[in-house]
Design a protein around this ligand. Structure first.
Ligand SMILES: [Zn+2]
Length: 309
């Protein structure tokens, strides 16, 4: 069964691992062979810039990762750059969609030209922060009471004008609440339920409900420490799906692995090639149709709706 995965950090590995290759490099959770094996029909590739990199070098890293997306990912036979959501429905059986996202706006500083340049390059989802504070807003590791900044409103305006999906997964609580009423298209690309795992990267029940009320979807993340602890199981990840499904409706849930951005993995879900194991686990508690929704159909419906709003 086909999967659409809303988050991975393969571009970071492609630009930092020595002699990395997208074809079947086993150091990559996400490579072409594993995407095929796991029946990943479309994969979001995040541009993630380590906030430790000096500000004046960060945008160069953005360009390096976009270059890696072109030279490694898109040069692989069958990988198709999704620049229009309608393309998701047009992929041939052997083709896999590749989608760009920007994980945090730190690298653009206070320069909207850098933002629009990234959007012109085909970025379809933008997270306003990673865990840090930047010129736009405050991230998950910042004090919960500090929120969106005035420059952030300008950024949101541009994202709304271009129908870009705003990703709230890394925002702290106040930024989340500030962004919610302003964002035209909103999603949590890789977050779980804080009621089951108390981590600032996860959504409280109130956040999850409000997000979906504003038209958003929640994509659960496979990182053990956002599920429960180091030795988290597939069943515990399914617990998160079940909790969120009861809260907001299973038709608003999807998947966002965070592969290549995580140092530990769930047993049975060690890389993209094992993604079908999660669907197997989901089938023990959800109908075939519901699992298909979680795997890909809910997101397809989301973007179809987004295109007509
Ligand atoms: Zn992340």
């Amino acid at each position: 069964m086909n999967i659409i995965d809303l988050h991975c950090d393969a571009l970071l590995k492609l630009t930092t691992l020595e002699a990395a290759s997208f074809a079947e490099d086993v150091r990559m959770h996400v490579n072409h062979k594993r995407l095929q094996l796991g029946q990943i029909k479309a994969q979001v590739f995040a541009i993630f810039i380590d906030p430790e990199i000096p500000q004046n070098q960060q945008f160069l890293e953005v360009i390096r990762q976009m270059e890696a997306f072109h030279t490694h990912v898109l040069q692989t036979e069958g990988m198709v750059h999704i620049t229009d959501w309608a393309q998701l429905e047009l992929l041939a059986p052997h083709e896999i969609g590749a989608i760009l996202s920007l994980e945090g706006c730190g690298a653009i500083g206070e320069d909207l030209t850098k933002l629009t340049a990234v959007l012109d390059a085909g970025v379809k989802l933008v997270g306003l922060t990673w865990n840090e504070e930047n010129a736009v807003a405050h991230g998950a590791e910042q004090e919960a009471s500090l929120g969106l900044k005035p420059f952030g409103k300008e950024v949101i305006q541009i994202l709304n004008d271009r129908d870009i999906i705003i990703d709230v997964s890394h925002l702290n609580e106040q930024s989340f609440w500030d962004v919610l009423p302003l964002a035209k298209h909103i999603i949590a690309s890789h977050s779980n339920a804080r009621a089951l795992c108390d981590h600032p990267r996860n959504l409280t029940d109130a956040q999850a409900k409000a997000l979906v009320k504003h038209g958003g979807h929640i994509h659960v993340v496979y990182f053990p420490l956002f599920i429960s602890e180091q030795d988290a199981t597939l069943e515990q990840l399914v617990d998160h799906v079940e909790h969120l499904a009861h809260l907001v409706g299973v038709e608003h849930i999807g998947l966002g692995s965070d592969f290549d951005g995580i140092g530990v993995t769930v047993k049975g879900l060690a890389h993209a090639g094992e993604a079908q194991n999660l669907l197997e686990a989901l089938r023990t508690r959800f109908s075939a149709e519901e699992v298909q929704g979680i795997a890909s159909q809910n997101f397809k419906r989301y973007v179809k709706k987004a295109a007509t709003r």
